[in-house]
Design a binder for this molecule. Structure first.
Ligand SMILES: [Zn+2]
Length: 307
């Protein structure tokens, strides 16, 4: 979703925006909607608790019938959350598209006599409800259900913190991965190519090794993978340099060569730029890790926050 569309939603519709989380939320005809987006799509969700089976069928039927007109690529209704996906690969979603969908959906809800936001989405109470984000979906909740959700969330967090992350086997896998991943770098370097771009491979294979040995993502994962990636890059660079020395002087391999390489400042200065670029590539290679850590946390922990 384009920045302009998001700004329009804020200005014209009074929606709130969390740019860093790529989501916006607000009311439309009394119903609370949330929009999430990434580079390829925008997803619009609305919490519709207490639907009966006929209402569910009617909503899905209607939206599927108007799919093309509303530019929806996918629509689903699970656990009381209606989700419409808008693909943005060929054409990005415009403000008018969003409003068209919100108008259509909210009118449909009214026709089906689905109550507006206001009732507690858990127990149906109408008094003292307030708006919260429940796993990123805006809902109305009563004080009792809010407290209950908070305590479940806290319990989830403790359980998540206590689950085994398999850091040690994960580390072993990441370490072996970083050595295997350094092979393309060494070959490229031997062939006289610009090897540092293969830092990407070292990071990726290291992460793969971590997962193959059963490592789960946790707070320490990032440090383990980065440590192994740095090691893998250093390893690749030293091996490549050693091979170059052996070839150039036509001498047999000995540990002394490695010792000289890592203790001669001139050589290290020579290696440094390559190492730095390799490191940037390595970080790019494992950048998906940030997202994965967050996603795993989100899947394991119920999130409730007041709006
Ligand atoms: Zn309640």
């Amino acid at each position: 979703m384009a920045i302009r569309v998001i700004k329009d939603l804020m200005k014209k519709n009074n929606w709130k925006v969390r740019q860093e989380k790529q989501r916006a939320y607000g009311k439309h005809n009394g119903y609370y909607f949330t929009a999430y987006w990434n580079n390829y799509q925008t997803i619009v969700s609305v919490s519709l608790p207490h639907l009966d089976e006929t209402q569910k069928v009617q909503i899905l039927e209607d939206l599927n019938r108007h799919k093309e007109e509303l530019r929806i690529s996918d629509v689903s209704l699970d656990d009381g959350v209606l989700t419409a996906t808008f693909k943005e690969v060929l054409r990005s979603l415009k403000y008018d598209d969003i409003i068209k969908y919100l108008d259509h959906a909210s009118k449909l809800f009214m026709e089906l006599k689905i109550p507006e936001t206001g009732k507690c989405f858990k127990c149906g109470r109408e008094e003292d409800t307030e708006s919260v984000l429940y796993n990123d979906i805006p809902v109305s909740i009563c004080p009792y259900c809010y407290e209950e959700a908070k305590s479940i969330s806290k319990q989830n967090e403790e359980e998540y913190a206590n689950t085994k992350k398999n850091y040690i086997p994960g580390f072993a896998g990441a370490f072996i991965g970083s050595i295997i991943g350094s092979i393309p770098w060494i070959i490229a370097s031997y062939a006289g190519w610009f090897a540092a771009i293969f830092g990407f491979v070292i990071g990726k294979v290291s992460l793969k090794g971590y997962k193959l040995t059963g490592g789960k993502t946790g707070k320490a994962t990032w440090w383990i993978i980065m440590g192994c990636t740095v090691f893998g890059i250093l390893f690749a660079e030293v091996v490549a340099y050693t091979i170059a020395v052996i070839n150039y002087y036509e001498i047999p391999f000995s540990m002394n060569i490695i010792y000289i390489i890592i203790s001669t400042p001139e050589i290290l200065r020579d290696i440094a730029p390559n190492f730095a670029i390799g490191l940037i590539m390595g970080i790019l290679g494992v950048s998906s890790l940030f997202k994965e850590i967050r996603q795993e946390f989100n899947a394991a922990v119920l999130r409730v926050e007041k709006i």
